[in-house]
Design a protein around this ligand. Structure first.
Ligand SMILES: [Zn+2]
Length: 52
């Protein structure tokens, strides 16, 4: 798992990106410093009907 950004060596967080129109969700690496993002999963997954 990545812990620093490729570009700026900033801190990487895992975020969940949601595409409401397509009904898909994917986990991405996101740099808190420069905003760089990269998918952490090979492909998006369908959202479940379950509520949090
Ligand atoms: Zn960065």
């Amino acid at each position: 798992m990545m812990t620093v950004c490729d570009k700026c060596r900033g801190t990487i967080r895992l975020e969940r990106a949601v595409d409401m129109d397509a009904g898909l969700v994917i986990t991405v690496y996101a740099c808190v410093n420069c905003g760089w993002r990269k998918a952490a999963e090979p492909e998006p997954k369908p959202m479940t009907a379950r509520r949090w």
